[in-house]
Every structure is written in structure tokens, then in C-alpha cells.
Design a protein around this ligand. Structure first.
Ligand SMILES: Cc1cc2nc3c(=O)[nH]c(=O)nc-3n(C[C@H](O)[C@H](O)[C@H](O)COP(=O)(O)OP(=O)(O)OC[C@H]3O[C@@H](n4cnc5c(N)ncnc54)[C@H](O)[C@@H]3O)c2cc1C
Ligand SMILES: NC(=O)c1ccc[n+]([C@@H]2O[C@H](COP(=O)([O-])OP(=O)(O)OC[C@H]3O[C@@H](n4cnc5c(N)ncnc54)[C@H](OP(=O)(O)O)[C@@H]3O)[C@@H](O)[C@H]2O)c1
Length: 362
């Protein structure tokens, strides 16, 4: 039986601003994290209480015809190729990890003038300035887009990334800096940046606004999920109103490396019935057995519930970040499936075919 649950959230006051097109967004407000202002959009205005209705279903949903996200002909890929990239400008670049975090991660916004028409879940390529050891232009590197299609400023004219600065020590004991990540993290506002793409259909959002969307991220793997979650909770669209369950698991090394934490907490305040948020802070937390808290360790604490959700037709799992996480997640899924006499490898194949299991790890 399905039951309707009502929740109320109190939204802060608005300053009027007009925004274009199909989406009505009323109040861009500043959100501060790590002393750096970013902007998020309020879905409504005024100091008033806005009711949010959430359908909480206690039984399997009725079968509905699924609309494939990957067959969507309106999704643009490879508009810009390396030979003729789009040249945007950096509008903002800000470190979003604390000074004591292991490594630096930056959030950056580039202008596109609406010329790079991406969807939530896609990636872009970036070609760093300069040449490689052979005197040839650098090859492009891919980055998951961290903003919704409307962009951080709500005008569909920007694209944002979340980039970890790669620095490591090689066999000779020398410090090596990754080419493109360092180029990006060092970009100053006003600087030009060569963009290719957009690319990728694996991580596109499900079309069903009532879906359960389980998002599993390690580190910068959070990028596509920030993009999903802005669309779900910070924006108002005529043709899309999220009314399902979004459940984010984010794994990072330290609490000072928790990415976009304040934004996600804001979303939770706005839609407590529709958003669940769990962090796995690997170097600070352990489970009851004293094991390091990886994302799969946190998930194991909700094993039964997750398995129950996975058996539903309208549950979609997305995984993004470190390659190593995939095996860990497979391991817990295998043990859960085995309890029901199900072969996980086979079951996963079916989920993939139905676009319910979506992985982009590196
Ligand atoms: C689809 C996709 C999406 C991605 N999205 C993001 C994203 O959103 N954010 C993000 O930060 N990254 C993302 N990446 C990774 C990104 O593309 C780059 O690979 C990353 O930024 C490093 O590039 P670089 O040019 O700085 O390093 P490079 O100069 O290319 O150096 C990388 C090379 O250094 C070597 N290396 C790296 N670490 C070590 C080590 N510890 N010891 C020895 N050798 C090492 C390896 O040979 C590696 O190939 C994504 C990758 C893919 C495929
Ligand atoms: N679409 C994509 O393919 C895509 C998109 C974005 C990013 N990426 C890639 O994703 C990676 C993210 O790295 P980051 O530096 O941003 O992350 P990070 O800040 O180092 O965080 C990664 C977290 O994952 C933990 N971890 C390590 N091994 C794990 C395992 N086997 N299973 C589960 N968790 C594990 C780490 O724990 P400990 O360090 O404590 O062990 C840490 O808590 C980068 O390699 C980036 O290039 C890929």
C-alpha cells in the first residue's frame, strides 16, 4: 500500500532575480564553505513554509514502461573535438578541501555561452596549455561535469568541474605533478580553457522523477552527483520534479576533504523525505569491527535495506570515483544476493541491461 507523507521546510528569504527559459529559479543565494562563497539556487522564494509531498511506497511499484536515458536523441556528444575545441574562460576557481586534507580538490566554473550543451552525468575533455615531452600539444583529459545543465549561475552558460590536484613521488624520489589537473587547479579567473565534448551517456540521470537513485562516490567521483542533486533539489523545472528517493554515499579520507557538505546538508533540510546522506570518512571512522570506513563499509550497515531497494524496478545505482571501490561494492552485493539464492554477477548483468547499474570508475 502506498502512503503519502507530507513534510514542510522553511526556506530563507529571497532577493528577486530573473532567470531565463523553462526553469523558474527564484533566489540565488550564497553558501559558504571553507570560507569560499558559491551560489546555489533556491527553488522558491520568501520567508515562508513550502510543503513538499513525498510518496513513500511500502510495496513494489507497478510496472511502468521505462524510457531509456541512453537512447535519448537530444543528448549531445562530441560537439567539440580536440582539433577545434571550445575556448571558454575560467570564471571562478576555489579550493574546497581544508588545508589539512590529504591533497587538494578545487571547484571551478567555466563560461560556455551556452555553446556546450551538456546533460547531468556527462563529462567534458580539457586540453591543458603547453606541449608534452615530444613537443606535441597535450592530450585531453576527461572530467565529470559537477554542475547541473543549468550551470552554477542558472543561465545554462557555464560548466563546472571538481578536480583533484595530482601530485605523487616517482621511483626516483622526484615529485611529479599531473599535467591537466595542475593546469586546472592553478587556473585564474579570466584565463582561457580548451574544452572538448560533451561526452558520455553511462551516467545520465533516470528519466523517472519517482525513481530511487542511489549514488556511490569516492572523492571527486562526487562530481556527477552534485549535478544530479542540484537538478533534484535546488532547481524548479516544468518538466521534472523529483519526488523519489535520492541516497548519496560519499567516501573521503578526512572530514576536511568532505566535498560540498554544506550544499548537501541544505538539500537534506529542504527535502528530508527525499534525500538521504551518508559519509564514510576512511581515516577517521571505523565500523564496529574496527575496520576502516570505506564507502562499502558504510553501505554494509544498510545492507538489507539496500538489497530491498535494489530489487525494485525503479531503483538506479550510480558509482563514480576510484576503480577500487567497484570490487568492494560487488563483494557486499554478492553476499546479499547469495542469501536469496541469487547469483550477483548474473543479476548485475540484468541490472546493467535495464540501465539500473551505472558505473564510471577510473
Ligand atoms: C570519465 C572520467 C572522468 C573523470 N573525472 C574526473 C573528475 O571529475 N575529477 C578529477 O579530478 N579527475 C577526473 N578524472 C581523472 C582525470 O581525467 C585525469 O586522469 C586526472 O586529473 C589526472 O590527470 P593529469 O593530467 O593531472 O595527470 P597525468 O599527467 O596524466 O598523470 C597521470 C599519470 O601519472 C601516473 N601516476 C598517477 N599517480 C601516480 C602515483 N601515485 N604513482 C606513480 N604514478 C602515478 C600514472 O601513470 C597516471 O596515468 C576522470 C577520468 C575519467 C576517465
Ligand atoms: N568518472 C570517472 O571515472 C571519475 C570521475 C571523477 C573522479 N575520478 C577518479 O576518482 C578518483 C577519486 O580520487 P580522489 O583523489 O578525488 O579521492 P580521495 O579524496 O582520495 O578519496 C577517495 C576515498 O576512497 C577511499 N578508498 C581507497 N581505496 C578504496 C577502495 N578500494 N574502496 C573504497 N574506497 C576506497 C580512500 O580511502 P584511503 O585513502 O583512506 O584509503 C578515500 O577515503 C581519482 O582517481 C579520480 O581521477 C573518476
Amino acid at each position: 500500500m502506498a502512503a503519502a507523507v507530507s513534510a514542510a521546510v522553511s526556506l530563507p528569504s529571497s532577493k528577486s532575480t530573473s532567470f531565463p527559459t523553462r526553469t523558474s529559479i527564484i533566489s540565488p543565494e550564497k553558501i559558504n564553505f571553507n570560507k569560499v562563497p558559491l551560489y546555489y539556487r533556491n527553488v522558491s522564494g520568501g520567508s515562508r513554509v513550502v510543503p513538499i509531498r513525498a510518496q513513500v511506497s511500502t510495496e513494489a511499484p507497478a510496472k511502468v514502461e521505462k524510457i531509456s536515458k541512453k537512447q535519448d536523441e537530444d543528448v549531445v556528444v562530441n560537439k567539440f573535438r580536440p582539433k577545434e575545441p571550445y575556448v571558454g574562460r575560467c570564471l571562478l576557481n576555489t579550493k574546497i578541501t581544508g588545508d589539512d586534507a590529504p591533497g587538494e580538490t578545487w571547484h571551478m566554473v567555466f563560461s560556455t555561452e551556452g555553446e556546450v550543451p551538456y546533460r547531468e552525468g556527462q563529462s567534458i575533455g580539457v586540453i591543458a596549455d603547453g606541449v608534452d615531452a615530444n613537443g606535441k600539444p597535450h592530450k585531453l583529459r576527461l572530467y565529470s561535469i559537477a554542475s547541473s545543465a543549468l550551470g552554477d549561475f542558472g543561465d545554462s552558460k557555464t560548466v563546472s568541474l571538481c578536480v583533484k590536484r595530482l601530485v605523487y613521488t616517482n621511483d626516483k624520489g622526484e615529485e611529479v605533478k599531473g599535467v591537466c589537473s595542475n593546469f586546472l587547479c592553478d587556473l585564474k579567473p579570466g584565463a582561457e580553457v580548451k574544452i572538448t565534448g560533451p561526452v558520455g551517456k553511462e551516467m545520465l540521470m533516470p528519466k523517472d522523477p519517482n525513481a530511487t537513485v542511489i549514488m556511490l562516490a569516492t572523492g571527486t567521483g562526487i562530481a556527477p552527483f552534485r549535478s544530479f542533486l542540484w537538478k533534484m533539489f535546488f532547481e524548479k523545472h516544468e518538466d521534472y520534479k523529483f519526488n523519489g528517493l535520492a541516497w548519496l554515499f560519499l567516501g573521503v579520507p578526512t572530514s576536511s576533504s568532505l566535498l560540498y557538505k554544506e550544499e548537501f546538508e541544505k538539500m537534506k533540510e529542504k527535502a528530508p523525505e527525499n534525500f538521504r546522506l551518508d559519509f564514510a570518512v576512511s581515516r577517521e571512522q571505523t565500523n564496529e569491527k574496527g575496520e576502516k570506513m570505506y564507502i562499502q563499509t558504510r553501505m554494509a550497515q544498510y545492507a538489507e535495506e539496500l538489497w530491498g531497494l535494489l530489487k525494485k524496478d525503479n531503483t538506479f545505482i550510480y558509482m563514480c570515483g576510484l576503480k577500487g571501490m567497484e570490487q568492494g561494492i560487488d563483494d557486499i552485493m554478492s553476499s546479499l544476493a547469495a542469501r536469496d539464492g541469487i547469483d550477483w554477477a548474473e543479476y548485475k548483468k540484468q541490472l546493467k541491461k535495464a540501465e539500473q547499474w551505472n558505473v564510471e570508475v577510473y
